[in-house]
Ligand binder design. Structure first.
Ligand code: SF4
Length: 376
């Protein structure tokens, strides 16, 4: 089994917090889509014949594509990759792109999941984040998707925003819960270097929330969503029973994936690679028939560290049997030795052969993860 990630590197405008690779010059859209199709063909052997079960159109803003773009990409995938029935095909979308006409157009394609970048349900926060939509438009987008028969919906939210109060976060959460979507991702704001918010923080124009507020918001997020029936299956992800994202879960479970498009990452157990985060370099690489990427071989220590970092973030935890099977008894003992203090403190639990973060452990997950990693 394997996944495909397709990076659409265009946005209408840049959000104040975002450092993902994208470009606001949409005039090269057709050229880029043709190059994405070429890259899919060029790298079709990367997954070594593993059947593709999940596809994720991310970005950037994939909801800026038109029917001809999707047609070309899906035709290329059908012709280039071994597949069973695709289990999950997700489109990331901005709320204001989800018009009835756009959603009707999507029905010609096999999308069965939509991930909507709502971020906040407070208009003043959306303006501060430089988002294109209002809270009312975000809610209307969810309703519009349902009206068009697309009810496998995920929404993204952000917290820890400058000026955000606990009361406003609670209001956003309550309104999000009322949408009854099967999946919610919620991320704490990080000030990424070079973004508008980072510059504003450097100049003292915005003040980050305190550590205490951050923790209270995270606690509220977990409490409210769990009370509403969502399972907290990964640090930033919540789903109604049986509705966890298959594509994202495969990242955390070490399943190979191929990423195409500028800045996209790929992984195939023994190595990982990442495409140039530059439209011109990436296009040039495709034209030459070689691609433009850097590659890292993953030795045993790196693979052990990756297993810890990805699986311990999930509710399934890390399997000690899998560590022993893949890396040997030494690594298993190393992991348990380093986990022992956290097991005593109750921030990790050991049930059967599964090591998991406890509720208390989730709040200090970065510390626990770094304690379990292999350091040369
Ligand atoms: S958050 Fe999404 S829409 Fe905003 S700039 Fe980043 S990729 Fe584009």
């Amino acid at each position: 089994m394997a996944g495909l990630y397709i990076h659409i590197p265009f946005c209408v405008k840049r959000c104040a917090y975002c450092d993902f690779f994208s470009n606001t010059d949409l005039s090269r859209r057709e050229e880029v889509v043709a190059a994405l199709s070429e890259e899919l063909k060029l790298r079709s052997s990367y997954l070594r014949g593993a059947p593709v079960e999940t596809i994720y159109f991310g970005g950037g803003t994939p909801s800026l594509l038109v029917a001809e773009d999707f047609r070309l990409i899906f035709e290329t995938i059908q012709n280039s990759f071994l597949r069973r029935k695709f289990q999950e095909i997700t489109l990331e979308a901005n709320p204001d792109d989800l018009s009835a006409g756009f959603l009707k157009m999507l029905q010609a394609f096999p999308f069965n999941r939509i991930s909507i970048g709502i971020q906040s349900l407070q208009d003043d926060e959306l303006i501060m984040l430089n988002r294109r939509h209002t809270a009312a438009e975000a809610i209307a987008a969810v309703e519009q998707c349902r009206a068009c028969g697309l009810d496998n919906i995920s929404i993204d939210l952000m917290y820890g925003l400058p000026g955000q109060t606990i009361e406003k976060w609670e209001d956003t959460l309550q309104r999000a819960i009322q949408l009854h979507v099967p999946h919610i991702s919620a991320y704490h704001l990080t000030y990424e270097q070079g973004t508008r918010l980072w510059q504003q923080k450097e100049k003292g124009e915005v003040i980050p929330v305190t550590e205490e507020t951050s923790l209270a918001m995270f606690q509220m997020l977990i409490d409210r969503l769990e009370a509403a029936g969502y399972e907290h299956y990964e640090i930033s992800n919540f789903a109604l029973p049986g509705r966890a994202s298959r594509h994202n879960s495969s990242y955390w479970r070490g399943i190979p994936y191929l990423g195409v498009g500028p800045s996209a990452h790929s992984f195939e157990i023994e190595s990982r690679q990442w495409n140039a985060a530059s439209l011109s370099q990436w296009l040039e690489g495709i034209k030459k028939g070689k691609g433009a990427f850097e590659r890292e071989e993953l030795d045993e220590e790196i693979r052990y560290n990756e297993l810890i970092m990805t699986s311990l973030r999930t509710c399934w935890g890390v399997s000690l049997d899998a560590i022993e099977r893949e890396f040997g008894r030494e690594y298993c003992s190393y992991c348990l030795d380093n986990a022992s203090e956290h097991l005593k403190q109750g921030t990790l639990s050991l049930q059967g052969e599964r090591l998991r973060l406890t509720r208390e452990g989730i709040f200090i997950s970065d510390t626990i993860l770094s304690d379990l990693l292999f350091v040369r």
